[in-house]
Ligand binder design. Structure first.
Ligand code: FE
Ligand code: FE
Ligand code: ZN
Length: 280
């Protein structure tokens, strides 16, 4: 089983891999920079080399880099969209040092412009970034399923499909977008993974395609189905509940994917949740 959690990147890549291993994880997620944005620390090539050797030896990966929350490709202001584009470009460049990584981002919030306009802005940003690229990035870019809070785009599988189709129809290069499914977000968005996990996966497959699904964010939710709140809870302590997580990690359509915890836990809490998920 590929399972791990979100870790602080402050000590660098090797430190994250060692921390992951110390808590029983074989994958991990991290923010590419401060989650509120700002400049990223320069990449330490020695650290990357040490990490790469360590990860290979211990079978750690894929690593999942999470874009800052402030990245909004669907923003109304040009300044906001330019920030999103420059941050994503810079993140993807840095990730070339760790080939084969996953890069997850929140599609964005349309802030009153309408979902259609938001989706168009998101796909066109991705087209510009990849068109300018020399060849194709070695990183797989993932759209995260969202809870549909406020004006968030990506609360419906159909919206992810529209972004993917718009991107790929304008893209001459062989670059494909993937999806990261967040259990708290889809539940909060109204997909009943407790009562009908297989029905939700059927719908995902029909609308997006299960071949697009590359990662799972495994979080319980503080709120009810279709609450559109996005408040993560510890595994088994929220409205999704432990029985549903047992079904999720065992599901033949999900079990080979990497699972990343983003629950409100410290390292000891994550160690316990990783052991719990493995025991299911
Ligand atoms: Fe996220
Ligand atoms: Fe998430
Ligand atoms: Zn969330």
């Amino acid at each position: 089983m590929k399972v791990g959690c979100h870790l602080s990147s402050s000590g660098g890549y090797l430190a994250m891999a060692q921390t992951a291993e110390s808590i029983g994880a074989n994958v991990f997620q991290f923010f590419t920079r401060n989650p509120r944005g700002g400049a990223a620390k320069p990449v330490d090539k020695g650290d990357v080399a040490a990490f790469t050797a360590y990860a290979k030896e211990r079978g750690i990966g894929p690593i999942l880099a999470h874009a800052p929350y402030t990245l909004n490709a669907a923003g109304a202001e040009a300044r906001v969209r330019e920030f999103a584009e420059s941050v994503m470009t810079d993140d993807l460049r840095r990730l070339e040092l760790t080939p084969g990584a996953l890069y997850n981002f929140h599609p964005g919030s349309h802030v009153g412009q309408g979902a259609e306009k938001g989706m168009e802005l998101i796909s066109s940003m991705l087209v510009r970034i990849i068109s300018r690229w020399d060849g194709a990035p070695s990183t797989t870019i993932l759209l995260e399923t969202m809870s549909g809070k406020g004006s968030e785009v990506g609360g419906r599988f159909e919206e992810l499909r529209i972004i993917i189709d718009a991107f790929e129809s304008q893209m001459s290069k062989d670059v494909h977008l993937g999806v990261c499914l967040d259990t708290c977000h889809v539940w909060d968005a109204g997909y009943d993974i407790v009562g009908d996990l297989d029905g939700v996966l059927d719908e995902f497959d029909r609308v997006v395609g299960l071949d697009r699904l590359k990662a799972i964010h495994v979080n319980d939710s503080m709120n009810a189905l279709a609450s559109h709140k996005d408040r993560h809870e510890k595994i088994g302590k929220g409205k999704i509940g432990i029985d549903a997580f047992a079904q999720i990690v065992k599901n033949p359509r999900l079990r080979d994917l990497p699972f990343y915890l983003e629950t409100p836990c410290d390292l000891q809490g994550y160690r316990e949740e990783i052991a719990l998920l493995k025991s299911l």
